[in-house]
Design a protein around this ligand. Structure first.
Ligand SMILES: [Zn+2]
Length: 477
């Protein structure tokens, strides 16, 4: 194999990373990469377990001289988010990624790179390959992290004997993560009745918003297209008589929606456009700088055959306009940390229902319970039903953490500065692992990456090299 990363150190780390990129490994499609890891372990005579969902667990005994050091668990996920640009031809189920290097950053042409979390896979492989001295290591490669931490959820933790752990699923070299939020998803289904559509139909489009990750970016003040649509429809409905024909917004429960489209019909919608323009001016003045591309457009379209009746229209608009979305509470203990939030991620119109998909996050279990109660209460008011699922626990900050201290000290010794310690408002597999192995002392770290989960994803090669040095330093101490 010819490597793009030729000349970059550590050689083996980058070569393993490039080999991973040649194997399709989107969420739910991890069998080929699991096979590759099993072959890798077998070729080196390492103890290896592969479970039914393709989680892989590989153990290596301590290097000579480090036998008396306690074992360490290293962990990352094998799956990647598959996103590509509209004009990119790429089949994530069979094509390898097309890598390139620009200004020291590694990327993939027109697609996500999967540095999240391929770099963890490559790091663990390089360590198992003996590229640096280490104590007994246990490496856990999990699947389907990106679609709800599913691999970590189903793994058999009785295989693990280590009591300290480094998760390598973070994206900022200058930061050591020491806690994360838990979360859950809710499908709220509002039953609707259809009737014959009359008059004229108008399509209302909201878009051009920045969006972002519903946890990591929730404090940045970016607007939610679904919520804006709820507000626009509610405001218009005070002065105009219309029925909702359909509403569609967002694509992922864990992304702040950037676009929402609603179709309405009515006997006299001649003023709708002018009223919407007024709202557009007001909203534009409220939005943050990153949402500068915001637009609100109305266009007359062909009248659909049916629309929701008056009562259904009202219940749907009220639910969307009312449901709380965004930051719900800040931490009382850690300044600036979002503690509790919710995201109205997706709105879909189906044959008999309008479905709202929401994601709630909190490091505190009782707040997640409260979110369930609140959404159930809203559902009761608008005649809807709820289904809460995919709940996962948070990882609460530990005041004392030897592995954290060792990592910080190693970084400081090598590079003369100490990384920041932070607790994040997003889910990590650490929460699940901690709930199964309550004695585990853990941190989450990683090299610099930017724009993960998008085709602009980039991995900083120099930062990877430093990250490798720090990990190697921690392992040989
Ligand atoms: Zn990740």
């Amino acid at each position: 194999m010819e490597y793009i990363v030729q000349g970059y150190e550590p050689k083996k780390l980058f070569e393993f990373f490039e080999e991973i990129c040649a194997i399709p490994h989107g969420s739910g499609n991890e069998s080929a990469i699991a096979e590759y890891l099993v072959d890798f372990a077998n070729a080196r005579g390492l103890e290896c377990h592969r479970d039914a969902v393709n989680n892989v667990f590989i153990k290596a005994p301590a290097t000579k001289g480090l036998e008396d050091r306690p074992a360490i668990l290293l962990q990352g996920h094998t799956d990647m988010v598959c996103e590509k640009n509209h004009d990119t031809v790429h089949d994530f189920t069979k094509d390898g990624l097309k890598l390139f290097i620009e200004d020291g950053w590694l990327g993939a042409k027109g697609t996500t790179l999967g540095g999240d979390d391929g770099i963890a896979v490559a790091m663990m492989m390089a360590i198992l390959d003996g590229q640096t001295p280490h104590p007994a290591v246990e490496c856990l490669f999990t699947v389907e992290e990106e679609v709800g931490l599913l691999g970590a959820e189903s793994f058999d933790y009785s295989l693990v004997s280590a009591t300290r752990m480094i998760n390598m699923d973070s994206e900022d070299e200058a930061c050591v993560t020491a806690g994360c939020a838990g979360g859950l998803r809710t499908d709220l289904a509002i039953p609707v009745c259809y009737t014959e559509a009359l008059g004229a139909a108008v399509k209302i489009s909201i878009g051009g918003l920045a969006g972002g990750h519903s946890g990591a970016d929730v404090h940045r003040g970016r607007a939610n297209a679904n919520k804006l649509m709820g507000r626009v429809l509610r405001s218009l409905s005070k002065e105009l008589d219309f029925n909702l024909c359909a509403i569609e917004g967002g694509s992922k429960d864990n992304a702040i929606p950037r676009e929402c489209v609603a179709v309405v019909c009515g006997q006299d919608l001649s003023n709708l456009s002018a009223k919407a323009d007024k709202l557009k001016i007001a909203l534009t003045a409220e939005l943050c700088a990153q949402d500068a591309g915001f637009f609100l457009q109305c266009e007359e379209i062909k009248l659909p055959n049916t629309c929701m009746d008056q009562d259904s229209t009202k219940r749907v608009i009220c639910a969307i306009a009312t449901v709380a979305s965004g930051v719900l509470a800040m931490s009382n203990h850690i300044e600036g940390l979002v503690e509790y939030s919710r995201n109205l991620g997706i709105i879909r119109t189906a044959e008999d229902c309008v479905h709202l998909t929401l994601s709630s996050r909190s490091a505190i279990e009782s707040q997640l319970d409260a979110s369930i109660d609140e959404l159930d209460a809203l559902a009761a008011l608008c005649g809807a039903s709820t289904r809460h699922h995919s709940r996962y626990p948070g990882w609460s900050y530990a005041k004392q953490s030897p592995i954290r201290e060792e990592y910080l000290a190693a970084y400081a010794e090598l590079f003369g500065k100490t990384p920041e310690v932070s607790v994040i408002h997003a889910g990590l597999e650490c929460g699940i692992i901690r709930s199964r192995l309550p004695r585990m002392d853990m941190i989450s770290v990683g090299p610099n990456m930017r724009d993960i989960h998008s085709p602009d994803e980039r991995l900083d090669l120099a930062s990877c090299a430093r990250f490798w040095q720090v990990i190697a330093h921690v392992l040989c101490k």
